[in-house]
Design a protein. Structure first.
Length: 146
């Protein structure tokens, strides 16, 4: 459904975005279309479109093959790594308290992930044993049909 929605949105929004972001902005036409870096600019746009097109199916199949809980945990770790990388490489933060906070947050995320998966496995095992007990009970009692 999201794929078809994206196709409709592309058909409707592409002309509008070209008009408002390229045609009506002074200087954008020369920088984007005719400069020496025009091929690079088109490559950036194409690569961004490719990543946006891949994001939907990857999200869908990740949730389908694992679970929504696993997807949320992956998102939490992604956000933690992005923030850590930004603090380390962009802002060049060296404050020890910040890194203690990052370590505590990472540890809490790992503990939360482990505990959530453990509870999920225990619930699945309990449901399987309950189902097995019900099947055993049903197979042990004779059928009483008139």
């Amino acid at each position: 459904m999201a794929f078809f929605d994206a196709a409709i949105a592309t058909c409707l929004l592409l002309p509008v975005s070209i008009l408002t972001d390229v045609a009506l902005q002074p200087g954008v036409q020369t920088v984007f279309f005719t400069s020496s870096d025009a091929a690079r600019n088109w490559g950036y746009v194409g690569f961004g479109c490719l990543l946006a097109g891949v994001y939907g199916p990857v999200t869908f199949y990740t949730i389908k093959l694992t679970s929504s809980l696993t997807f949320i945990i992956i998102g939490n770790f992604k956000q933690l790594f992005l923030l850590t990388g930004a603090a380390l490489f962009v802002d060049k933060v060296v404050d020890p308290m910040l890194w203690v906070g990052v370590i505590v947050t990472a540890g809490a995320s790992v503990l939360y992930s482990w505990r959530s998966n453990l509870e999920k496995q225990q619930a699945a095992a309990a449901a399987a044993s309950k189902k097995a007990a019900e099947e055993k009970l049903l197979s042990a009692t004779p059928a009483t049909r008139p």
